[in-house]
Design a protein around this ligand. Structure first.
Ligand code: SAM
Ligand code: SF4
Length: 326
């Protein structure tokens, strides 16, 4: 379906929980979060129903995110329900990877096609610092496992923060050189007004690329495959790929093909816009598929033309990244 700006919307990101087993400094407050509570989040059946309505409107790809999607109970069951929908061609997940290894076989068997791992440091101490409670030794085997299982392309997302992990840029680039991984460098965004965001920590995609250019020869991929916001490059002599996601320095809104649903059933046309269309009430009142489709169309139609993140998050924009779904 086309939105109000003529963009084809075929990608739905679903936050299945606002809870998380980590406390990454750029995403969550240390004290943890007052989570939405069981009664306020959509059931797995309700999520699957929304996806089936969305599929009829043209959604073809679904990404499960959060919070941490793997802490949602019976997530495999949800994947199974979604993969049973004919029109959905891809079900992927963004995860911190801590719980992935033990669940990988079940997830793949249920129909998970791809996985993106968020990993911001390859150094134990720095990893502990950034995530506050993560263990690198849980994540590395998870990535290896996803590669072994052929869930390609396996993507690694690194949020680059000056003085925090920018000294590791070449180590991450090397990962894509030696392994068939797609490593993406993401600009730090001031989401949720967390004090950890500081202007001087923001490093643009161009700056990161300049660091990588000193050691590796990158060639821009001529055709855009899939429909992501990343600018992708191959590495001369390497087996993986490198990408840059630069929402702060070069917004990619004109190519945006996605819509998001929060764990409490709010459709959000843009990560950065506080406008939401709620499906929750309609679901609780056993609304018809037609009614749900109407609300869905409204959210797609009202999707903003672009974000204004450079002006900051906005004090009236209450939600944080883990509540919207990254
Ligand atoms: N827990 C899962 C994970 O970490 O992959 C999924 C949810 S997390 C909110 C999704 C993505 O958002 C992660 O890749 C994370 O690095 C990114 N993210 C969170 N806060 C961010 C920020 N302030 N700037 C840039 N990326 C951010
Ligand atoms: Fe949790 Fe992901 Fe946020 Fe880290 S980035 S705190 S893993 S939701």
């Amino acid at each position: 379906m086309l939105d109000g700006c003529g963009r084809e919307i075929d990608y739905l990101r679903v936050s299945v929980t606002d809870r998380c087993n980590l406390r990454c400094r750029y995403c969550m407050p240390e004290t943890g979060v007052g989570d939405l509570g069981h009664a306020n989040i959509l059931s797995l059946e309700q999520i699957a129903r929304v996806v089936s309505v969305a599929a009829e409107l043209g959604i073809r790809k679904v990404r499960l995110t959060g919070g941490e999607p793997l802490v949602r109970k019976n997530i495999g069951q949800l994947i199974r329900m979604i993969s049973g929908l004919d029109k959905i061609k891809e079900i992927s997940m963004t995860t911190n990877g801590a719980l992935f290894t033990a669940m990988a076989d079940e997830l793949k068997e249920a129909g998970l096609t791809r996985v993106n791992f968020s990993l911001d440091s390859l150094q134990e101490e720095n990893f502990n610092y950034i995530t506050r409670r993560g263990q690198l030794q849980d994540v590395i085997p998870a990535i290896t496992k996803a590669l072994q299982m052929g869930m390609t392309p396996v993507k690694i997302n690194m949020v680059v923060m000056r003085t925090i992990n920018d000294r590791e840029i070449l180590d991450f680039a090397r990962l894509a050189y030696v392994l068939p991984l797609h490593v993406r460098f993401i600009e730090f965004m001031p989401i949720g007004d967390l004090p950890f965001f500081q202007e001087q920590r923001l490093m643009s995609g161009d700056e990161v690329k300049a660091v990588i250019d000193q050691k590796y020869e990158l060639s821009a991929r001529s055709t855009r495959q899939g429909s992501g916001p990343a600018k992708d490059y191959t590495i001369r002599g390497g087996v993986g790929m490198i990408g840059f996601i630069s929402p702060m320095s070069q917004h990619f809104c004109s190519e945006c093909n996605r819509i998001r649903m929060t764990a409490d059933g709010k459709l959000r046309g843009c990560l950065f816009s506080k406008n939401e269309v709620s499906l929750k009430m309609a679901l609780q009142n056993n609304a018809s598929d037609e009614k749900l489709a109407e609300l869905f169309k409204q959210a797609i139609w009202e999707k903003p033309s672009r974000h204004h993140l450079a002006k900051g998050w906005g004090a009236d924009n209450q939600r944080k990244m883990y509540q919207i779904g990254g």
